[in-house]
Design a protein around this ligand. Structure first.
Ligand SMILES: Nc1nc2c(ncn2[C@@H]2O[C@H](COP(=O)(O)OP(=O)(O)OP(=O)(O)O)[C@@H](O)[C@H]2O)c(=O)[nH]1
Ligand SMILES: [Mg+2]
Length: 200
């Protein structure tokens, strides 16, 4: 299904969050894990700025997603600042307290949080903490293992097993923004979460 996406706004303060309307999907994960790349891959655009420099996304960037031929948006995507990168950790923790934490606590339209982890590195404590937080708040969430194109098929399976064990056997989607692996599966999960959310 073809989707059309547009940039809505960038907020680094709760007062600037857009009024909650359609179900929202949050993209979370350590700096440089590939959040903006996953968004671009799903949307088939280059709307979200990607970078080799970790910590580039310093606000919540909201995107509106519409099915082709439909007048109204179906979903919103929220690209959040990354965490866990030592060089920028101070500013990141300030950002986290000022608007990321309030977003995750209070956002009434948040239908699904995608926690991106790098399939090429072992499990990280910061990701585990975020997953525990989302579970404690009963926020629907899912792990997406990024950059799977850097691993062979066998290595991907091993990485998924190891990450699954580390994060309490949660379902994990193996993804690559380069090859499109996992894209259809992720879209299915996003649409299912949005439908559940609207039915609730
Ligand atoms: N090989 C490969 N590289 C990727 C993939 N996804 C992202 N990258 C690379 O990883 C780097 C970071 O990607 P971004 O999408 O900017 O990561 P981010 O999580 O948005 O980073 P911050 O906004 O800084 O937190 C870039 O150099 C991307 O080209 C992928 O699926 N495969
Ligand atoms: Mg980014």
């Amino acid at each position: 299904m073809r989707v059309l996406a547009s940039f809505l706004l960038s907020a680094s303060d709760t007062a600037h969050f857009p009024t909650p309307t359609v179900p929202e999907i949050a993209f979370l994960g350590r700096s440089n894990v590939g959040k903006s790349s996953v968004i671009n891959s799903l949307l088939g655009t280059k709307l979200a700025r990607t970078s080799n420099t970790p910590g580039r996304t310093r606000s919540i960037n909201f995107y509106e997603v519409r099915k082709a031929g439909q007048p109204h948006p179906e979903l919103r995507f929220a690209d959040l600042p990354g965490y866990g990168y030592a060089k920028v950790s101070r500013t990141i923790s300030e950002d986290w307290a000022r608007f990321v934490d309030p977003y995750l606590h209070q956002r009434s339209s948040l239908a699904l949080s995608l926690v991106l982890v790098d399939s090429n590195i072992p499990h990280q404590e910061s990701d585990g903490q975020l997953l525990e937080f989302l579970a404690a708040k009963e926020r629907p969430h899912l792990i997406v293992a990024t950059k799977c194109d850097r691993l062979s098929g066998n290595q991907v399976r091993q990485a998924m097993n190891a990450l699954g064990r580390a994060y309490g056997d949660m379902p994990i989607i193996a993804f690559s923004a380069k090859t499109g692996i996992g894209k259809d599966e992720l879209w299915q999960k996003i649409r299912a979460a949005a439908a559940n959310f609207q039915a609730a």
